[in-house]
Design a protein around this ligand. Sequence first.
Ligand SMILES: Cc1ncc(COP(=O)(O)O)c(C=O)c1O
Length: 379
Amino acid sequence: MRRARMGYCHWGAAEFRAVLSGWTGRAADAPERLTQRLAALGYGDVRLVNRGKTGLVLAFQVMKAAAPERRKVLVPAYCCPAVPHAVREAGLDPVSVPVGDDLNLDLAALPGWLARDVLAVVAVHMYGARLDVDAVAGLARPHGIRVVDDAAHVLGDSMGTRGDFGLLSFDQSKTLTGGMPNGGGALLVNAPEFRPAVTSAWEALPDAPLRRRHHAWFAYGFVLDPLPRFLPNYGARFVRPVARWCEARNNKRSHIPDTAAAALLAQLERLGDIRAARTRICGWYADALPNGARMPQYAPGAYRTRMIVTWDGGATTKDVQERLIGAGISVRAPYRAWSDDAAAMLGSQLDRMIELPGNIRLREADVRRIAAELARAIA
Ligand SMILES: Cc1ncc(COP(=O)(O)O)c(C=O)c1O
């Protein structure tokens, strides 16, 4: 493979056909069918929305109405910025809490943050690495604190089904992808007492408009994933006016678009294959990595949505990013710290960390080539 692409999604002809069926009005029942499919997979009370963030805002609003005196939500110091944004959109204050080497909430540190003004803790399975949500709930519940089982990155292993609410996301770079932005998400209402309030809030959401330009943007930026050599990060890759146009509408909460639901139904057929491929790729990386590099989330035989690598030594994330992109290998830097407190907690943890391609079409030889290039970059 001359170029190793990131693998933001696994779209093929079936997904494009599904989007076309949405454009021509033949996918109107797709959201209903997807709800049923997810329920059959064990996800219980599923409310499909345009993106995971919408689901989080609904959950926070409903929890806030039930305990208005509690204003804070605990969010891992290492997290997608959409999570603290959702907390703020619900009129609450995100508070960062420490994470361990595996980038998940540090359970040993959590008790120090549990206070009377805390409404909820967002328990994220970062990149699919399991967090013990029952242990989080065991610590939080005696304080009257709610738990969101945030499985945005992973579909499977019953992640998202614990806690008061669960969350799935289907935007780019997740296990399954319905598009981007507004590729879909699911709020899972695990605590029955919240069901009536969520039902009203969910029913009040508008339907998602059809956005052909979103699809064009998504196909260009994430499906074709073009030219890693010339356009180094995905922020810079988009045709800027289109990106701005999409972003401006990205924040509107709605139901899931029919096109996204249809694409997800097509992709669900391949869920097992996608997970198996990524699990294999993760193992290949673990075997091939040079001395001094490691995968902090690796567990033999476990699925990971993204291939995160850290290393010792002088080369920084930026150095390695430039070197690998120069060699035709798409890479991505970690999330930035979402607040000053989060940055202080993370310290230098992100200075030597990068995401390597997890494209399901990679072969073992490709992974070895990427690892060899990484070895040169960190030497
Ligand atoms: C842990 C986590 N929760 C929630 C979200 C929000 O999902 P979406 O992008 O679908 O709004 C993300 C986004 O990547 C995430 O990483």
